[in-house]
Design a protein around this ligand. Structure first.
Ligand code: ATP
Length: 198
């Protein structure tokens, strides 16, 4: 059976960057955050969201993600209601995708909230990517052209590395990209994943 490697880390730690190294090594990767955005376009999900949060969050048949985010941000009960709609849809999407990967020994499941959602319990091993807080803030400010305050807000709504690390099988320090890549190579070796020849 295909094994699932969970990959997580705080905002700006470099999860997506690290995921591409696994992809280059031939490991199929599933981006849960992208899948979450995609399922929000599903008419059944749009209807369920309108039902719970009011039709004001739907504009021209599309969910206004900013409006929805402002309702659920730091409101754990509202967030739970949203998760109860979105998480099962992502799970179904992932399960179908996983079936298509049955010839691969491993897949990688990348999610910012792997621990918060409980999904880590379904993974055969979990990798957490870490980097210094200042580096993460600078990276996200540059990538998203956003403010320090907004990055800190998002950071503070997530688990801390202190919470993630004890539940992880591997920790990748991503301050220097070359060193991070070497850590990926080491993990591939430990998991006995044969890298595709370039
Ligand atoms: P998010 O949780 O916001 O999706 P992430 O953890 O997936 O973020 P990435 O998108 O991989 O993080 O990285 C954030 C930004 O930092 C990107 O622009 C990426 O190119 C850059 N970056 C990643 N790792 C490094 C590094 N070691 N040195 C410099 N820049 C980096």
């Amino acid at each position: 059976m295909t094994k699932i490697i969970g990959l997580t880390g705080g905002i700006g730690s470099g999860k997506s960057t690290i995921a591409t190294y696994f992809k280059e090594a031939g490991v199929p990767i599933y981006l849960a955050d992208d899948a979450g955005k995609k399922v929000m376009q599903n008419p059944d999900i749009i209807a369920a969201v309108a039902d719970v949060f009011g039709s004001g969050v739907v504009e021209n048949g599309i969910i206004n993600r900013q409006k929805l985010a402002s309702i659920v941000f730091n409101e754990s009960q509202q967030l739970q209601k949203l998760n109860r709609i979105v998480h099962p849809a992502v799970k179904k999407h992932f399960d179908n995708w996983l079936l298509e990967q049955k010839h691969f020994p491993y897949v990688l499941y990348e999610a910012a909230i792997l621990f918060e959602s409980g999904k880590y319990k379904e993974c055969d091993c979990v990798i957490t990517v870490i980097a210094s807080t200042e580096a993460r803030i600078a990276r996200v400010m540059q990538r998203d052209q956003t403010s320090r305050e907004l990055v800190l807000q998002r950071m503070n709504s997530q688990w801390t590395d202190g919470q993630r690390i004890p539940l992880s099988d591997f920790v990748i320090e991503n301050d220097d990209l070359e060193l991070a890549k070497a850590q990926v190579t080491k993990i591939l070796k430990i998991l006995e994943i044969k890298q595709k020849q370039p």
